[in-house]
Structures are given as C-alpha cells and as structure tokens.
Ligand binder design. Structure first.
Ligand SMILES: *Cc1c(COP(=O)(O)O)cnc(C)c1O
Length: 505
C-alpha cells in the first residue's frame, strides 16, 4: 500500500454522487441548438467572405488553446466564440461557392435536417430489432435510388439483390472484395490465397490498393493496367484480357476487377459492358466504383455511362460527393447478398433474437465492417422526398451547365487548352506548351499559376498528373456555387496567367 494508484483509489472511494449533472436537459438543448442553427445559418450566408483555402501554418491551433482541459464548465457562448475565432481560420471552406478543388462535398437543408434526426435518435441499428425503422427505411431508400438509376431488379430488394449504406467507397470495395475472395477460397482452399489476383487501371482510386492489402491480397498481385491518352484514360478490355491470360499462365487465380465510372483525376469512364464481358469468362467479381460520376446517371441523358451495369456484381456511388447528402454516405448495391453475408456475418449470443434467427429480416451488421451503424438513410429519404427526382436531376444538369460555361471560357483563350474531354462537371485544363519550351517548363508554369491563384484566397482548385501531363482541375458543384462565381474564377485565372505568359498575336 502507499503507492500513488492505491491512494487515488482509496481517496476516491468515500465520495457519493447525486445525479445533478444532466448532459441532456431538453430545454437547455433547445436553447443551445437554436443558437447553433443561427451560427450555422450565418456561416452559410457569409462563407464567401472567408479565404477558401485556410491560410494557417501547421501547428497553429496548439498555440491558441490551453494545454490542459477545463476542470469546470465553460459557457456555450464562450465555446461557440472560439469556433468563430480559432476554428474557422483553420478551415478550408468546402462550402464556399468559390471551392473548385477535388470533388465537391455537396449539402442541402433537407439532408441537414435528416442528419439532425439521425443524431437525435442515435440508434445503433446493427440488426432489425435494434430499430426496425432504421433497417427498413434503408432498404426502401436503397431501392428508390436504384430505381432512379434504372438499375436492374437484380440489385434491388424487390428483386434478388439489395443495397446498403457504407461510409466510404473504400469500405464498399473492401467488403465486396472480401466476399469475392471468400467465394474463390471456398472452392480452392485458403492455403491458395497467395494466388489471388485483382485488377484495376492506373486511374483506379488509390484506396483500391489499400482495400486489397486489408483483404490479404499479395501486393505483388494487384494489377494496375496502364491507360492511354488515345482511350481517354479508360481501361481497355483488350489490355485486361492480356493481363488476365498472362496471370493464368503463371497459375494465378483472377478474383476481382474494379471498374471506374468517373475517375478521380479526370472523370474517365471505363467501358463497363465490355470489361464485364471479359471478366465473366474468368468468373471475376466486377465492382463498379461510381463515387462521383454515378450521381449524374439519375439523368436519362447520362445513364449511358452505366451501360452494361446488369453484368456486374456490385456498384458503389457516394451521394456525399454530388447528391446533396452530407459526409459520409456511400451507397453500395450487390447482386448476391448471400455471398456478402457469408463473408461478413457474425453471430454473437448477445445479439441473438427470433427475427434475425428466422432469416426473415436483414441484419445490416452483416453487410459492413463494423457492428454499430447510424440511421443514415434518413438523410437520403429527406433529400429524395424534399426535392423530388426532377429537382435532383436539375441540380446535376445545372452543375454540368456551369462546367460547360467554364470550358467555353478556357477554349476562348489561346493561351489555354482543355487537356481531356469533359464528361461531368470537372474541367481539366492547362496553359499550353509554348514554342521553344519543353514539358518541364510547361509544368512549372502551370504549377506557378495554380499556386498564385490559390494564394489569393479567392478560389481553391487542385491539380493532377495523368499520362505525364500536369493539369489543373476545376471541379464545379459546391452547392452554393452560381454561374457568376465560375465566371469570376475564370477572370482571376486569366488575369494571373496574363501576368505570367505573353503570347504574340
Ligand atoms: C472520391 C473517390 C473515392 C474515395 O472515396 P472514399 O469514399 O473517400 O473512400 C474512390 N473512388 C473514386 C472514383 C472517387 O472519386
């Protein structure tokens, strides 16, 4: 006895606590939540006045906050004031109408309210009985969205498949890959796991490799097939077949192909139908990653990007990118829920109940990595009901229209060029290579242009390199963006370019 720990324990024993601390006092909540809503409303109204790209240096926050936590309560107003003074300067404002970087993270008042209700219930809907509405609404909403995308019945609960809300594309790929892996290993035996090979292109999202590693695929067996500028950076079915044949000759076992509808760098679209036809000859699981581009396919005029979808095994699409849902929300549809559940189900005693035992209900814990899950379908339900399919289609069209406006402005200036064809609302462009200058020099000038434009704080855009070409990405679609913002952004880019490059006319 006498050690610091035993003193701590014995000294804390004599106390008894009355329950005076009430973390959820409904009336106090009303008061705070109203203040928070006012704060949020003002933020959205004023977001345009902040520098889009945060101007702080690494470590800025440490110096502004105390080293130790407060022992006694601080007022809500004090904390909210610190959000304004300390947090906001360290934010890169994704909701600014002048945010054109990466892909947009779209929002809506309907989704926000749906999110509030999801948070309100805080239900942990791992199985049906844990909140029947949470499971059943998710099933309804996933079928609704499947209908909006004209997916075949084989992906719907009203047919033989079904959908689930994941957090991210990464998890969608991981879960389907594990199902595909187990389907094959059940046939050939787990000791052959080292033989499994997976396929994608050099434009497949980087998270694919991570998912493959997590799923136990030998990193040497991850094929990243080169794309070409002539194919507009889409995956060639001929190249795919060649690589598969070479692997078969080595005694390897093809297991999974990730096809992308709208790649992250340039929104290239892989030919689903042709690739699935190749893959089906070898019994390869085909997954379509339509994280960003998939949302456009709710419009009949863009549905052709999913041509051949009936031939694949799974499809994921993230409404948190382009369909007005907040983060995080990734829809995953699969054709064979049984294979999925075989790979991912758990059956602990403490979650057993007669409904789940009877197999008459979906246990969504068997469709994802974790056990606990939020009631996220509320957000999508509010979006679809509040706006209707027609307005959601018009939202996509309006963004694409603004991207077309930007594209035309770029084309109207001889110093610039569009590098790859625009398909959705992303425009990839650059300052042209001038006579007498090499590609390094062109890259340098474009990098400098990007840096100068972003350092103004007036807009934020990002870059990529594809096929060895450095290019700027202008991604239209932040929810508050209007055409005037797109035009001002172009004026700024043009002005900066004029100070850097002179072209004789
Ligand atoms: C954004 C994106 C991803 C990554 O999605 P997460 O949900 O962040 O995992 C994957 N694939 C594509 C094509 C993307 O555009």
């Amino acid at each position: 006895m006498g050690s610091p720990l035993s003193e701590f324990i014995s000294s804390s024993e004599p106390f008894s606590y009355s329950k005076e601390f009430k973390p959820m006092n409904p009336e106090e909540f009303r008061d705070k939540a109203h203040k928070a809503v006012d704060f949020i409303t003002d933020y959205y109204k004023n977001v345009e006045t902040f520098p889009v790209l945060s101007q702080v240096q690494p470590g800025y926050l440490k110096n502004l906050l105390p080293e130790t936590p407060p022992n006694t309560p601080e007022s809500f107003d004090t904390i909210l004031r610190d959000v304004q003074n300390v947090i906001i300067p360290g934010m890169t404002h994704w909701q600014s109408p002048n945010f054109f970087a990466y892909f947009p993270a779209t929002i809506s008042s309907a989704a926000f309210v749906g999110e509030m209700l999801c948070t309100c219930f805080n239900a942990v809907g791992f199985n049906w009985i844990a909140s029947p509405a949470a499971t059943e609404l998710e099933m309804v909403v996933m079928d609704w969205l499947a209908t909006m995308l004209h997916l075949p019945k084989s992906f719907m609960f009203s047919g033989s498949g079904g959908g689930v809300l994941q957090s991210t594309t990464s998890e969608s790929i991981l879960c389907t890959l594990v199902a595909a892996r187990d389907r094959v290993l059940n046939e050939i035996g787990v000791e052959h796991v080292w033989k499994l090979v997976v396929y994608g292109s050099d434009q497949t999202h980087s998270t694919y490799k991570k998912a493959c590693k997590l799923a136990g695929i030998d990193p040497r067996n991850i094929r990243s097939i080169s794309t070409r500028v002539e194919d507009e950076f889409s995956l060639s079915p001929i190249a795919l077949r060649e690589v598969i044949e070479a692997d078969l000759k080595e005694g390897l076992v093809p297991v999974y192909l990730c096809v992308t509808t709208g790649t992250t760098s340039t929104t290239a679209v892989d030919p689903i139908k042709e690739l699935a036809e190749v893959a089906s000859k070898y019994h390869i699981w085909v997954h379509v990653d339509a994280a960003y581009g998939g949302s456009a396919c709710i419009c009949p005029e863009y549905r052709h990007f999913l041509k051949g979808i009936e031939k694949v095994d799974s499809l994921s699409l993230s409404p948190h990118k382009w369909l007005l849902s907040y983060l995080d929300c990734c829809c995953l549809w699969i054709k064979s829920p049984k294979l999925f559940v075989d790979a991912l189900s758990t059956n602990p005693e403490y979650l057993r109940n007669k409904h789940s035992e009877s197999d008459s209900v979906v246990s969504y814990k068997d469709w994802q990595v974790g056990t606990g899950r939020r009631f996220k379908s509320l957000r999508l339900w509010f979006i679809i009901r509040s706006y209707g399919v027609e307005n959601l289609q018009n939202h996509i069209r309006a963004d694409i229209q603004m991207a077309i406006t930007f594209e035309k402005l770029v084309r109207s200036d001889v110093k610039f060029e569009i590098v790859v064809p625009r398909r959705f609302s992303l425009v990839c462009f650059r300052l042209k290579q001038l006579n007498g200058f090499d590609s390094n020099c062109t890259e340098f000038v474009n990098k400098m242009l990007l840096e100068r434009v972003n350092s103004t704080g007036q807009v934020y855009l990002t870059h990529t390199v594809v096929g060895g070409i450095y290019m700027l990405r202008f991604a239209v679609g932040a929810t508050l963006t209007e055409e005037r913002h797109v035009i001002s952004a172009w004026e700024l880019i043009k002005e900066m370019a004029n100070t850097m490059v002179k072209v004789d006319s």
